[in-house]
Design a protein around this ligand. Structure first.
Ligand code: ATP
Length: 503
């Protein structure tokens, strides 16, 4: 699986999806640039999300708030005091880690061990294999499982109680070593705030410390009344936003999964207190449907309900996707109570209440939030779409089976040869089609190689202009996944492609 992940990362670079930031200076850790194909895919994901929120819900509107916000916003939200990760250094290698991640990786390794034993036994026993019974009786599995449960319990308790002495002790007791030095020589654990700070204003005494927002949500909360009043919104209603967020992540790894500058797509849905569980379940189900509608294997998705809740939340779940490095959070759905609006009321001194004409009373609304990382969504699409296929004749093709609506290029227009008037005919098709969807014209190399290039960027359809075109005004349309071709009249190409690539 690690191998597949490496291949995906290099494919993303080779075909203009994702480049390391400032690459000619050897890159900047956990920061990436989207290339010519990446930006199209990203924009298409944004549109798929934005339309599903704002077009399909009459009671959801969008905003675009600034990245800089008044510093008190982050006092009120709790980020100044509590947006921390537990940081630990290895004394020999001087490498820095997140203490919680070290333990989570250790737990994942134990799971893997158990899984391996079970798979081995399943193979040995064939149809007669009873997994439940095996788990209960096999001494090695029992031992691993017991140890795993103990570590998990201690870990959960230490995290809940912010008990860093115990967290460090757990790392030592499990003999978790630094992958670089191979030793278990750890420092104390310290709190590390994830917000980036900078200064606003030019004079040294007048300059104000401001933060780059670590989430987009607060821009929605502080504008809650502006939108509600000017948009004459009635509860329940939602505000959606897509924008950059910044976190000074301690350990940067896994490509665009954990970045220091990333993009979020968030929607805060304001409801009457008491109705929050109904709406939490509504959004939980609807968000999963949104993911499944892309058509990837549904085994790739699962919910992870939180048993440890943030202090302001009364329910929370993640939608996890089966990345090449295991199931990981892509989206969070949280019931945030009235925490944020109440905090802003407290810190700003401004009322953050809604007058409900039906109940004839004022109250602070409760909030259900859906928060998805655009870059993680991007990675999930690329991972699920990446395929290596052996063709008849033994040749291998790499194809990105991206859902047509999200594909960076919808149509490639290819003259079979670079003569006999075929390029001119192909250009005529380009002239019409480019107003409706992204098209690419390509006349270089053999037709087979051109198909391979389009497969590699996920283009769902290729139109080929050949000599028959000059006789009957038809072209072939080749479908990416089946590689089947059919002939259609040129005037029909446009509507065929629109019908096939619209979501
Ligand atoms: P994690 O536990 O993985 O750090 P989180 O629980 O802190 O994530 P939230 O604060 O709930 O994440 O943020 C909402 C969404 O924003 C996440 O589901 C994820 O998709 C995305 N996200 C958060 N941090 C990052 C990051 N460093 N890089 C890319 N996307 C991120």
């Amino acid at each position: 699986q690690e191998d597949v992940f490496k291949k995906i990362v290099s494919h993303c670079k080779e075909y203009g999806f994702v480049f390391p930031s400032s690459e000619i200076y050897d890159g900047l850790s956990a920061v990436y640039d989207y290339g010519q194909m990446g930006v199209e895919l990203k924009n298409n994901i944004k549109k798929y999300w934005w339309d599903s929120m704002t077009l399909l819900h009459e009671n959801i509107v969008g905003i675009d708030a600034a990245i800089f916000m008044h510093p008190t916003v982050w006092k009120a939200s709790g980020h100044v005091d509590a947006f921390n990760d537990p940081l630990i250094d290895n004394k020999d290698s001087k490498k820095r880690y997140r203490a919680d991640t070290l333990i989570e990786d250790y737990l994942a390794k134990l799971d893997e061990k158990i899984d391996k034993e079970i798979k081995k036994a399943a193979k040995r026993f064939g149809d007669n294999f009873d997994e439940k019974k095996f788990r209960e009786t096999n001494p090695r599995v029992i031992e691993h499982q017991k140890h795993r449960d103990e570590v998990h319990e201690r870990y959960k308790k230490a995290m809940n109680e912010n008990d860093f002495t115990e967290l460090r002790q757990l790392i030592i007791d499990c003999n978790i070593v630094c992958p670089v030095s191979g030793t278990c020589n750890w420092t104390e654990i310290r709190q590390f705030n994830l917000m980036f700070a900078t200064e606003m204003g030019s004079t040294s005494d007048g300059a104000m410390k401001v933060y780059l927002r670590p989430e987009t949500a607060q821009g929605i909360f502080v504008n809650f009344l502006n939108v509600q009043k000017t948009g004459r919104m009635k509860i329940p209603f939602g505000i959606a936003q897509i924008g950059k967020a910044f976190r000074n992540e301690i350990v940067a790894r896994q490509f665009i999964f954990r970045m220091r500058e990333f993009e979020q797509m968030e929607m805060q849905f304001f409801v009457t207190p008491g109705d929050e569980m109904k709406w939490f379940n509504y959004w939980k189900n609807l968000r999963m449907k949104w993911h499944l509608a892309l058509g990837f294997n549904k085994e790739n998705y699962r919910f992870h309900d939180h048993d440890k809740l943030a202090h302001y939340a009364n329910a929370a779940t993640d939608i996890e996707f089966n990345m090449p490095f295991g199931f990981k959070e892509v989206e969070g759905i949280h019931s945030r109570t009235d925490f944020d609006l109440s905090q802003h009321e407290k810190y700003s001194g401004k009322k953050m209440q809604y007058f409900d004409p039906e109940l004839n009373q004022s109250y602070t609304p409760y909030v259900i939030e859906t928060s998805i990382g655009l870059d993680r969504m991007f990675l999930s699409v690329i991972s699920a779409a990446y395929c290596e296929e052996i063709l008849e004749g033994g040749e291998m093709r790499v194809v990105l089976k991206i859902p047509p609506a999200l594909a960076p290029v919808k149509l490639a227009v290819l003259p079979l040869v670079r003569k006999d008037g075929l390029p001119e005919k192909a250009q005529e098709i380009m002239k019409i089609s480019k107003f409706n969807f992204t098209c690419q014209y390509d006349e270089k190399d053999s037709i087979g190689r051109r198909y391979r290039r389009q497969d590699a960027i996920g283009t769902p359809y290729c139109v080929t202009v050949d000599h028959q075109t000059l006789e009957d005004n038809t072209v072939t349309i080749r479908e990416r996944d089946t590689m089947k071709q059919e002939r259609v009249l040129i005037p029909d190409v446009e509507k065929e492609i629109i019908a096939k690539t619209d979501m």
